[in-house]
Design a protein around this ligand. Structure first.
Ligand SMILES: NC(=O)c1ccc[n+]([C@@H]2O[C@H](COP(=O)([O-])OP(=O)(O)OC[C@H]3O[C@@H](n4cnc5c(N)ncnc54)[C@H](O)[C@@H]3O)[C@@H](O)[C@H]2O)c1
Length: 339
């Protein structure tokens, strides 16, 4: 049984808490938040039902100081669900102290920090995983399987969208999430989900061409990117400009030679395969959430039993490089070649 300490008990901390509770082979034994009010606060974030707002049992030790918790120990895994600027130093501290680390995405705001994290994992010989959760969502995992299998031929075109209203759920009203110097902004914080998935399924594009719009409040609130692949057209749009009542929507449409596949909340129906000349159908998918699949994968990774092809910390680092290239493209108005 692996013992887990969660650091940062906001939206994602509570979401991971729910996933660990459902995971056989692990239990949460410690939770740390510098703002103790967060331990009992009810949050919803942008995904209804994701956060587990149940009361922490007395068996869970609570802390408001990360270093004191690390020194006290009594766990095997540190799960870092903190604001992004804290990811590198907290991850490195936990690895150096001998713990395996699951760190929320995005890995860090710059590549130097990602490389420091990778080096610390190597030196400590502990496992580091960055939670690029979309790869584990059942619909997206199924879609990745369809691409890999070639069942419906080659992909002709694909389009990924991620639309949400500006995030406001953090204790201080989402201020750090809307501050590009702290969250990386729309490209690094939200769009990275699709960018990371696109590369995981289609490989690295030759170049990217991106455009973005800046809201009157100063932050980028809409982006659109074209990924350059030889034989297919892949695009992705992300937004913080959706109205409050839309809240959140993520979708994908993939056009194969012999089928089209739609997935996403926008269609208010499950992933649907529309075969050429056949009847549309919705396959039965795992009832586990992507977060549950993600923590189960991390446990397998620690035990050395995972088929470590789904996601590595290096992949997460490469996805930071990709979204930074997209942001550069939008700022310069030119396409950026990827080395
Ligand atoms: N995978 C996903 O679907 C997903 C969704 C939303 C956010 N995220 C990522 O998760 C991370 C956390 O985002 P969030 O939305 O949960 O933020 P949040 O603001 O809701 O929660 C962060 C928590 O960390 C606490 N905290 C801040 N500094 C601390 C410190 N020094 N020590 C201990 N606790 C501290 C805050 O009090 C707060 O409770 C971010 O990197 C974000 O990009 C991922």
């Amino acid at each position: 049984m692996k013992r887990v300490a969660i650091v940062g008990f906001g939206f994602m901390g509570k979401t991971h808490y729910g996933a660990w509770r459902k995971c056989r082979g692990a239990k949460v034994v410690a939770v740390c938040d510098s703002d103790l009010a967060q331990l009992t606060a009810k949050v919803t974030g942008n995904i209804k039902g994701a956060a587990d707002n149940s009361a922490l049992p007395e068996t869970v030790r609570v802390w408001d100081d990360f270093s004191a918790m690390l020194d006290a120990g009594g766990f095997d895994i540190v799960d870092i669900t903190l604001p992004t600027p804290l990811h590198p130093d907290m991850t490195i501290a936990a690895l150096n102290a001998g713990y395996h680390v699951l760190c929320e995405k995005p890995m860090a705001l710059d590549l130097k920090s990602c490389d420091r994290m990778l080096a610390a994992a190597k030196k400590s010989r502990r496992c580091l995983l960055v939670a690029q959760c979309v790869r584990f969502f059942p619909e997206y995992a199924y879609l990745a399987g369809l691409v890999k299998s070639g069942r419906y031929g080659k992909v002709v075109a694909a389009d990924f969208t991620r639309f949400m209203s500006a995030p406001k759920w953090s204790p201080k009203g989402g201020s750090w999430l809307l501050d590009e110097s702290k969250s990386g902004g729309l490209y690094v914080d939200a769009h990275i989900h699709d960018a990371d998935y696109i590369v995981s399924v289609f490989g690295k594009p030759k170049s990217v061409l991106s455009k973005s719009r800046r809201s009157v409040r100063g932050y980028v609130d809409h982006t659109t990117t074209i990924y350059d692949y030889p034989d297919m057209l892949v695009t992705s749009d992300s937004s913080f400009a959706a109205s409050d009542s839309l809240v959140w929507d993520a979708a994908a449409r993939v056009f194969f030679e012999k089928a089209s596949v739609y997935l996403g909340a926008a269609y208010k129906k499950p992933l649907t395969v529309y075969p050429q000349g056949g009847r549309p159908f919705s396959p039965k998918l795992s009832a586990k959430s992507g977060y549950e699949a993600e923590v189960a994968y991390f446990l397998k990774m620690i035990d050395g039993g995972a088929d470590i092809k789904v996601l590595t910390a290096q992949d997460a680092r490469d996805s930071i490089a990709l979204v930074l290239a997209e942001r550069r493209s939008a700022r310069t108005g030119r396409s950026v070649r990827l080395s």
